[in-house]
Design a binder for this molecule. Sequence first.
Ligand SMILES: NC(=O)C1=CN([C@@H]2O[C@H](COP(=O)(O)OP(=O)(O)OC[C@H]3O[C@@H](n4cnc5c(N)ncnc54)[C@H](O)[C@@H]3O)[C@@H](O)[C@H]2O)C=CC1
Ligand SMILES: CC(C)CC(=O)C(=O)O
Ligand SMILES: [Mg+2]
Length: 356
Amino acid sequence: MTYRIAVLPGDGIGVEVVPQALRVLEKIGQKYGFSFEFTEALIGGAAIDATGHPLPAETLALCQNSDAVFLGAIGGPKWDSLPVHLRPEGAALLPLRKHLGLYANIRPCRTFSALIDASTLKREVIEGTELLVMRELTGGLYFGEKKRETMENGERAIDTLVYTTEEVERIVRLAFEAARKRRGEVCSVDKANVLESSRLWRETTNRIAADYPDVTLTHMYVDNCAMQLVRYPKQFDVIVTENMFGDILTDQASMLSGSLGMLPSASIGGQVALYEPAHGSAPDIAGQKKANPLATILSAAMMLEYSFNQVEAAREIEKAVDTVLNKGYRTGDIMEAEKTLVNTEEMTDRVLEELA
Ligand SMILES: NC(=O)C1=CN([C@@H]2O[C@H](COP(=O)(O)OP(=O)(O)OC[C@H]3O[C@@H](n4cnc5c(N)ncnc54)[C@H](O)[C@@H]3O)[C@@H](O)[C@H]2O)C=CC1
Ligand SMILES: CC(C)CC(=O)C(=O)O
Ligand SMILES: [Mg+2]
């Protein structure tokens, strides 16, 4: 079996971590008897520089005609002065997610036992955390109408938060389905005390819950959730939430794993799924071989599981990551005293050794 993967390294550390995950995929494929046809394409700032557009038509066509899409990260200071609708994030990443129908972004967040003591949070708070955030990905504040208007005394800018019943229903159902395979608990996070879209979200979620009597549903306001995530994260099984809330809460939750460089993601819902680390292009460390490749390598494991049902191969990659951490290898973001500092490629070398 050969899987055809559209590979979009993007910008900044995207171009450093993606090749590392491809090495891991090649290796695990050899072991389990499958292979990959990787086709690289431009996206983001790199695509603006080369073609004038952050999401060239050929890139989109390649994604639509592949078995899965594997993305690094996009954006960076070079393109920061562009208006939102022209910059890499707004004109490439969001449209790509929309075109591919990827309405669900799954971000599993667990503690790695080797990293607990490196955390800024107390061991008793984070140990045993195993939560999953189901973030709505093609609606909400990032996709509503935007406007800039000239006023007498300056300008005003408008972003709109819109959700339809159907958009809420499909993501909430996925959350309930995921909870069924886990602890059976869904926490729906909203701001229903002030946002009308959240009131619709909550009403819809309550209605859908009737189809899942075996799953416990609770509701929480997003501000409280941000606090509860660092107070007592073990209370959460599946969190389902609006696009921007999920974006923010998962960067925060990544610290329960040890670093943003440890958090993988899968975006599903359409014909072709997309896998990418939760982090961005990290301009502050780009080009210095410091990037932690593990979030991207763990995203590759999610691809094997979700798109290709290669569950055993996925588990083996996750186990290799655990072992490498247990042996004391660390990139800078997770470094602590008496551990071995390695660069992006060396960390991957260690993972490959465990897969040998
Ligand atoms: N999916 C995507 O393509 C995303 C793109 N971005 C874009 O990335 C650019 C930078 O955004 P930031 O706010 O700085 O967020 P970021 O996620 O790129 O970085 C935040 C912090 O985490 C660190 N970090 C992130 N990934 C790491 C890794 N693998 N290893 C070690 N350290 C890591 C960075 O060095 C930085 O200090 C912006 O242009 C932003 O729009 C941001 C988030 C997601
Ligand atoms: C363009 C942003 C929405 C990207 C991001 O921060 C994310 O998807 O996590
Ligand atoms: Mg984000």
